[in-house]
Design a protein around this ligand. Structure first.
Ligand code: DX5
Ligand code: ZN
Length: 216
């Protein structure tokens, strides 16, 4: 933990062209793929239901980090774990029973994350910090790719880091992350970086190298 990880977001890729867009990432050292589930209610878009996640998991040689932008996420968590998903995050804003969802993910054997929208304060998850493996701080409003990172988020990342203290919790950022802002995210305290449109808007080897160079 607290190693830097760049996690390409499948939502940003051309899923009709997985062989060309996603498979080469394996040889570039990518280990974890970020996969967005959207229910059209919690967020104004629909993406990757549990059946598609299971199908993709069978053919893509990566660990999966499933970001559930779904109301009442508990009902889909067992299917995701059954499909072999290693990391599952649920939104604080999407469930009344946050602790129950976290416990379900962990009991079933996956790593548990909690996601906060940009407007949700870090203190809102203070009571569950001893239960989780990672926190995902949304750096845009969730539901769409290609948006611009919200600059006030840097202070929030730092506040999250401080609240976490010595706990072994990774801080993930998602939304608008690119080679120009990844270093500032890291300096504020993030160590997992989800990258969608930037990663898939050109040569992915070059994109990855520029992200890694920016981090070093
Ligand atoms: C947005 C999703 C992201 C999305 C990021 O709600 O959670 O994972 O794919 O895409 P970019 O990097 O283009 O903002
Ligand atoms: Zn995401």
């Amino acid at each position: 933990m607290v190693n830097n990880e760049i996690m390409p977001s499948l939502f940003g890729a051309d899923i009709g062209n997985l062989q060309k867009e996603v498979m080469p990432l394996k040889d570039l050292g990518i280990e974890i793929l970020h996969v967005d589930m959207m229910d059209g209610s919690f967020v104004p878009n629909i993406a990757f239901g549990p059946t598609q996640v299971a199908d993709l998991k069978k053919i893509l040689p990566f660990q999966f980090d499933v970001h559930m932008m779904v109301e009442n996420p508990d009902k889909f968590i067992p299917q995701l774990v059954e499909a072999g998903v290693e990391y599952i995050s649920i939104h604080q804003e999407a469930t009344v029973h946050l602790l129950r969802g976290i416990q379900l993910i962990k009991q079933l054997g996956a790593k548990a994350g909690v996601v906060l929208n940009p407007g949700t304060p870090v203190e809102s998850i203070k009571m569950v910090l001893d239960e989780i493996d990672y926190v995902l701080l949304m750096t845009v409003n969730p539901g769409l790719g290609g948006q611009k990172l919200y600059p006030p988020i840097y202070k929030k990342i730092a506040a999250m880091k401080e609240l976490i203290g010595e706990r072994p919790i990774d801080i993930q950022v998602d939304g608008g992350v690119n080679n120009e802002n990844i270093k500032a995210c890291a300096e504020a305290g993030a160590n997992w970086f989800v990258v969608g449109s930037y990663m898939f808007s050109g040569n992915s080897a070059e994109k990855l190298a520029s992200l890694e160079n920016a981090l070093n």
